[in-house]
Design a binder for this molecule. Structure first.
Ligand code: ADP
Ligand code: ADP
Length: 239
């Protein structure tokens, strides 16, 4: 089971970001994506996140070739790939509403109806919401309005919202570059815990220490090419 791009090309007008990039992310591993600004990290994440169709090559989620699949299959698979950006991008109202939103999108009509009963009654929050918030130590803030959260707390909630979708793969674009060390540590621990639960994670980061702390493997992207990829200790060991 893997998320995979094979010989993927991405172009924006005259700009070619990639000619033929290939990367595989297995479930249960953390891959750090490093490289200078403009190397193509965000573009690669958006391609892995199925937001954009590449001009050439294939994107596979588990066995499904996403852009050759039917619209219906693609939508189903898209739900199994979550993304967390540098900005939390929470919407108005409360922490609970943000995290429940993920849960509702995921559920079938039948289970959704059942789960909505306690939601409408505003009683016990659904267990997946509590679990996702607990992962980032935000379970006590469940009814907190989002405008009263600090930046770090908001990012932790953004992580919980992504987890509530029950993703198979999680993609992070510079998730902690605006955060203090304490909030950074919470996010890093949550990524590690999530992958122990068999999620495959990709973390684009400028922070080499972060890559060393959390990644199983590191990919170095330069000018749209994966110039190095391998186990973290191997990549950071001096020759
Ligand atoms: P990174 O995340 O490593 O900083 P990006 O993927 O954001 O790199 O950008 C890689 C290259 O692709 C840059 O040259 C950038 O200008 C270009 N690029 C990215 N997205 C677009 C877009 N939507 N339109 C035009 N050019 C883009
Ligand atoms: P980063 O990934 O470095 O945080 P962005 O992805 O926002 O930053 O942008 C990276 C580069 O891609 C910038 O130089 C930006 O001008 C360029 N870029 C992003 N989106 C577009 C776009 N829609 N059209 C043209 N250039 C873009």
């Amino acid at each position: 089971m893997a998320l995979r791009v094979e010989n993927v090309a991405r172009r924006f007008g005259e700009t070619t970001v990639f000619e033929a990039v290939s990367v595989t992310i297995e479930r249960g591993e953390i891959l750090a994506l490093i490289g200078p600004s403009g190397a193509g990290k965000s573009t690669l994440l958006r391609t892995l996140g199925l937001f954009e169709r590449p001009e050439a090559g294939t994107v596979r989620v588990d066995q499904t070739d996403i852009w050759a699949a039917t619209e219906r299959e693609r939508l189903t698979k898209r739900r199994s790939v979550g993304m967390v950006f540098q900005e939390p991008n929470l919407f108005g109202t409360t922490v609970r509403r943000n995290v429940e939103y993920g849960l509702r999108v995921r559920r079938s009509w039948r289970t959704r109806f059942r789960d909505l009963v306690p939601v409408i009654g505003n009683r016990t929050p659904p267990q997946p919401v509590v679990n996702a918030l607990s992962l980032v130590g935000m379970e006590d803030a469940i009814e907190t309005p989002v405008e009263s959260l600090s930046g770090g707390e908001a990012q932790r909630v953004a992580f919980a919202r992504a987890m509530a979708y029950d993703p198979t793969y999680l993609l992070f674009d510079e998730p902690t570059s605006d955060l203090d060390p304490r909030n950074t540590a919470v996010i890093e621990d949550a990524v590690i815990t999530a992958t122990r639960g068999e999620i495959g994670a990709v973390v684009a980061t400028h922070d080499m220490h972060q890559a060393q702390r959390i990644a199983d493997r590191v990919a170095l992207l330069l000018d749209g090419e994966v110039v190095e990829i391998g186990p973290t200790e191997q990549l950071f060991s001096s020759p």
